[in-house]
Design a protein around this ligand. Structure first.
Ligand code: ITT
Ligand code: NA
Length: 199
């Protein structure tokens, strides 16, 4: 069964392939890049769930195939949940991970350790061409380092130290990150629903 990964973020594609392959579902996963004629969705939602549904729905309608999407970000408690849904464009240019991370660190420079709590959030959405839709959310709580560490992962991984971990997400192996991540949690919860609705 073909399932479109409605994302153009190569890091997400890699993580989703690993997470979904490990669920035992027999899926033929293709990235959104296989459908260049489908225009990018404007992320006009006010929540991760709304944006994930928008992305999945757009690909499913345009292609006539089931699609899953991921909308995700970092929510910092002392910033009232920001950058949140604006995580990918926090410093202005969409997808400039280094600029986003540098700006956030500067904004938190006066915040002491006990107040540097945050979580990654991921909404995982499934949309079928017939209009059936499901969305679930996964979280990864932790604290934010003052100095980036590690070269794995992407985005804010070098500064998020998961609860109960002494390393940042960027210092974890891909398998270790997927085992605890917001994305892993969300898509492992969605997997049986995918199996049921596509089966
Ligand atoms: P698509 O919309 O095409 O899927 P995108 O990169 O624009 O790709 P989002 O709008 O969901 O995706 O933005 C996600 C941002 O949140 C991403 O740019 C990172 O800055 C951050 N983020 C999400 N998951 C992350 C993770 O696992 N580790 C570190 N940062 C993450
Ligand atoms: Na987004």
């Amino acid at each position: 069964q073909r399932l479109i990964l409605a994302t153009r973020n190569a890091h997400k594609v890699r993580e989703l392939e690993a997470i979904l392959s490990a669920t035992g579902l027999d899926l033929d996963l293709v990235g959104a890049d296989a459908y260049p004629e489908v225009p990018d969705v404007k992320e006009t939602g006010t929540t991760f769930a709304e944006n994930a549904l928008l992305k999945a729905r757009t690909l499913a309608r345009a292609t006539g195939l089931p699609a899953v999407a991921d909308d995700s970000g970092l929510c910092v408690d002392v910033l009232g949940g920001a950058p949140g849904i604006f995580s990918a464009r926090w410093a202005g240019r969409h997808g400039d991970d280094k600029a986003n991370l540098d700006l956030l660190l500067a904004q938190l420079s006066d915040i002491d350790d006990p107040h540097r709590t945050a979580h990654f959030a991921c909404a995982a959405a499934l949309a079928l061409p017939d209009g059936t839709e499901r969305v679930v959310e996964g979280h990864l709580p932790g604290t934010l380092r003052r100095t980036p560490a590690g070269s794995g992962g992407f985005g804010y991984d070098p500064i998020l130290q998961p609860e109960g971990e002494s390393r940042t997400c960027a210092e974890l192996s891909p398998e270790e990150k997927n085992a605890i991540s917001h994305r892993g949690r969300a898509f492992r919860e969605l997997a049986p629903v995918i199996g049921e609705l596509l089966g």
